[in-house]
Each structure stands twice: as C-alpha cells, then as structure tokens.
Ligand binder design. Structure first.
Ligand SMILES: Cc1cc2nc3c(=O)[nH]c(=O)nc-3n(C[C@H](O)[C@H](O)[C@H](O)COP(=O)(O)O)c2cc1C
Length: 331
C-alpha cells in the first residue's frame, strides 16, 4: 500500500489531507470528528485583527506589568469570548488531538494585535497561518506599496514566534511569484494558495447588497493548480492547495503540480468530516494502481519548469484549438 506521509512546514503528517479553517474546526467536537475521519492536520478559524485590536491594549498592559504569560492573558474578564476563548480552544485541541493544530490570524496592519501570535504559540499551536487580504481601493496607492504592507506584516509576525509561519494568499497580485519569494525571505515557511473570497451581489428588488456564501466546486481547483505548478521548487517553502479540493482526483492533481498538502473546507462542510475517508481511499487507490510507492513519487511530476513559455504556449494552443473543441463538444 502506498505511503501517504508528507511533510508540511517541517511537520510530519500521516497524509496530505488537511482540514482548512471553517466552522468545523472551530469547536473541539468538530476537531475530534475531523481527526477521527483522518485529517492529518487542522487549521482553526481565523481570529481577526479587528477582534484583537481592543484586547491588544489589555494584553500590552499585562505584558508591561510583567505578566507576559498565557495564564495572565487567559485571566482577563472575557476569557470565554473572542481571543481568549480562542487561546483556550488551542490549548484544548492540543490536549485532546494527536494531529498538528494550526492557529490562524487574519489581519493587514502590523500593530499591537500581532502580539497575539506569541500567545497562540504559548497556547501550543504547532504553526500559525496568517491570512491577509487587503483590498486597495485608493487610486493613490501603488501595487508595490500594497505588497510592502504584506511583507512588513509577515516580518512583524515572524519576529514574535518560533513556530512555522504560513501565509494564506489571494491570487490577485501582478507578480505573484516575486511576492511569494519575498514573503519567504520575510519569514514565511509556507504558502496557502489560495484564500477564497465571497463576492457580494445586488438584489434588484430591494437594491440591497446581498452577501453570498457559496461553497466551492472542483472547477475552482484550476487557479491553485496552476500556481502550485508554477511555484513548485521556485520558492523554498511548503505549498498548500486551498480552493476547489473536493475529490481524490483533485488531491492527486495538486500533488502532481507540487503541493505538499491539499486543504478542504467546502467538501467537508457539504459531506461531513467522514468524506476524508473516501478521499484518502481514492488517493491510495490511484497511487497503488500506478505502482507509485508514495505521495513523494507523485509530487511535482507535473510542475512547470519554464512557466512563462508554458503559459503563453498553452494560451495560444487553447485559442487555436477552440473550433475543434466546440465541434467535439457539439457531437
Ligand atoms: C463558512 C466558511 C468559513 C471560513 N472561515 C475561514 C477562516 O476563518 N479563516 C480562513 O483563513 N479561511 C476561512 N475560510 C476559507 C476556507 O478555509 C478555504 O480556504 C476556502 O473555503 C476555500 O477552500 P474550499 O474550496 O475547500 O472551500 C472559510 C470558508 C467557509 C466556507
């Protein structure tokens, strides 16, 4: 039977199947179910900068008073809510799970809230995922400046923790490969490609903005697939595929492109944690049928050596082949 073990952020994982941040990973019960079903690691839902900014003042006062420890922070009044409840969840998850627990912070500006990263480490998190998404709506703000903000934030978090740091990115950058390299230089040990954004719609009866939360489908895998294939071996960092991983075939694809792990949220919300068993069995079957001894044999076989030439050639071939494709589909 194929060996499914993989390494991600320096952590040894039983398989490449990781449960990404979602309401399922936000309770001890959900986390236990995910572990039982075979998740090799879990990412907790994000704590937001906005949640932390107010509490950061309190934490700062505690640190100044020499109470720079987790118990002191946990002793704050709102222990059971927000940031402190989160620390408690990390502690409980670490006490009852065998698999690595990755905490998650979501923010855009370096500031006092970043101190929380060290509390998450103290609470026992095996790694920290930093989810940063800044929508630049100012015509006066250059793209390079937006990128600089990301780098500054990553550097600032890196200084505060010793555990691995992974950055969850959006695909909306003009030179993603360059930014990826700079993020690694700033201290990221890995990249999650990609976060998925929920674009609001307009209701034409009420003229209200309607927030839409639709789960993903396998069609959305193409974007992470392409970027993992491009970045594999180009940046010295772990690569996680997120968005559109639903089936064993999806997992095989991202491994072939060069991913170290495949993350799932929508599929697990739709089918329940037990879906992990189906995906794991399918992945093992695929490798066994091709006599591939391990995940390592598949990894990166379909990465891209000369991305620029490949992209252009593919684009031209695809456009040139369009009449044939339409003809074939119509038949
Ligand atoms: C209900 C819901 C809650 C989520 N919460 C978070 C979160 O707190 N932090 C985060 O980084 N991503 C969050 N995500 C994004 C997922 O972790 C994942 O990156 C995204 O859904 C794409 O993967 P998928 O195609 O497997 O769903 C959430 C997604 C959903 C559907």
């Amino acid at each position: 039977m194929a060996d499914l073990r993989t390494r991600y952020l320096g952590l040894d994982l039983r398989t490449p199947l990781v449960a990404s941040a979602s309401p399922l990973t936000g309770s001890l019960d959900g986390l236990r179910r995910l572990e039982e079903a075979g998740a090799a690691a879990v990412v907790l839902p994000s704590l937001f900068e906005e949640q932390l900014t107010a509490e950061a003042d309190q934490v700062g006062r505690l640190l100044e008073a020499g109470a720079g420890s987790l118990p002191a922070a946990l002793a704050l009044d709102d222990y059971n809510a927000g940031p402190y409840g989160y620390l408690a969840l990390v502690e409980k998850a670490k006490a009852s799970l065998q698999i690595p627990v990755i905490a998650s912070l979501n923010g855009v500006t370096p500031g006092a809230w970043v101190e929380h990263a060290s509390l998450l480490e103290e609470a026992g998190a095996d790694a920290l995922e930093l989810n940063s998404y800044y929508v630049s709506s100012s015509p006066g703000l250059a793209g390079s400046e937006v990128e600089w903000r990301y780098l500054e934030l990553v550097g600032s978090v890196r200084q505060r923790i010793g555990i691995p740091l992974v950055v969850k990115l959006s695909p909306y950058f003009s030179s993603l490969a360059n930014l990826a390299r700079q993020l690694v230089e700033a201290g990221a040990d890995g990249l999650v490609l990609f976060n998925r954004f929920y674009q609001p719609d307009l209701d034409l009866d009420t003229l209200e903005v309607t927030p839409q939360l639709e789960l993903s489908s396998s069609e959305e895998l193409r974007l992470p697939l392409r970027w993992i294939a491009i970045l594999h071996r180009k940046v010295p960092a772990s690569l996680a595929a997120s968005t559109g991983v639903h089936t064993a075939a999806d997992v095989v694809k991202v491994l072939l492109a060069g991913a170290d792990v495949a993350m799932m949220t929508s599929a697990l919300l739709r089918h329940g944690p037990e879906h992990l068993r189906v995906v794991e069995a399918g992945l093992r079957d695929w490798l066994d049928e091709r006599r591939m001894e391990s995940v390592g044999h598949a990894r990166g076989q379909r990465s891209v050596r000369d991305p620029a030439a490949w992209e252009r050639a593919n684009y031209i071939t695809m456009l040139a082949g369009y009449p044939d494709q339409v003809h074939t589909q119509a038949r």
